[in-house]
Design a binder for this molecule. Sequence first.
Ligand code: ATP
Ligand code: MG
Length: 235
Amino acid sequence: MILEVNDIYTSYGLSQILFGISINIEQGECVALLGRNGVGKTTTLRSIMGLTAPKQGSVVYKGNNITGQATFRVAKLGVGYVPEERRIFPDLSVRENLETGRKPAANGSGQNWTIERVHEIFPILEGLSERKGGHLSGGEQQMLTVGRTLMGNPDLLLLDEPSEGLAPLVVRDLAEQISRLKNEGMTILLCEQNAKFATDLSDRAYILEKGQVRFGGTIDELQENEEIRDQYLGL
Ligand SMILES: Nc1ncnc2c1ncn2[C@@H]1O[C@H](COP(=O)(O)OP(=O)(O)OP(=O)(O)O)[C@@H](O)[C@H]1O
Ligand SMILES: [Mg+2]
């Protein structure tokens, strides 16, 4: 298991958001974290990254207990986080933005991402190399943030709603690109409200509601479970 989240409880001040979330991911899997608005998807990722430390429970990454560790340490161990808001540098070019993500791989990792390799996943970025980050479309910015995170040689990629706000054609491109990444062996935790997009790419899914896991299983099991899809995804 590359990541194990064991029964975590997380709050923002007095407002309790997660009530005993447990999820796990095997090396090479793409796992979807689904659920409607405000169910705790982002809070789960923030808990993993040490941005909001869980009050109870544990997060274990490659056998290391990383519960509540400083975010930079978690990143250094090989967890790449692409937050919901795309934090690119508007005044830097696409190439420079990618360069800012460059980090050595965590010990023992075989990854070595280069700008050329990022271009193989996101061909559109190559032609935009000299363009300022602030002059990109939403889809291009999303590709750039993922590309920049890859430059840090992660072993596990946490993606928070990558499809949000993108036009259907762009979402289709993004799906193809993420699937390319998966085929290269990347392990991905994909948070999405867009269940169709996420389940098409994933091996397994968890569904959250009110800070709890209501379903965990393979995509086939989810497809067969009309009641769950109805109740929590509105599909
Ligand atoms: N910094 C914060 N302080 C207090 N409450 C917060 C904070 N961030 C989020 N919340 C609340 O926590 C709950 C869960 O939010 P979270 O962002 O984890 O949900 P989400 O599943 O990612 O939703 P979305 O689909 O809208 O991104 C929401 O009720 C939200 O209002
Ligand atoms: Mg969110």
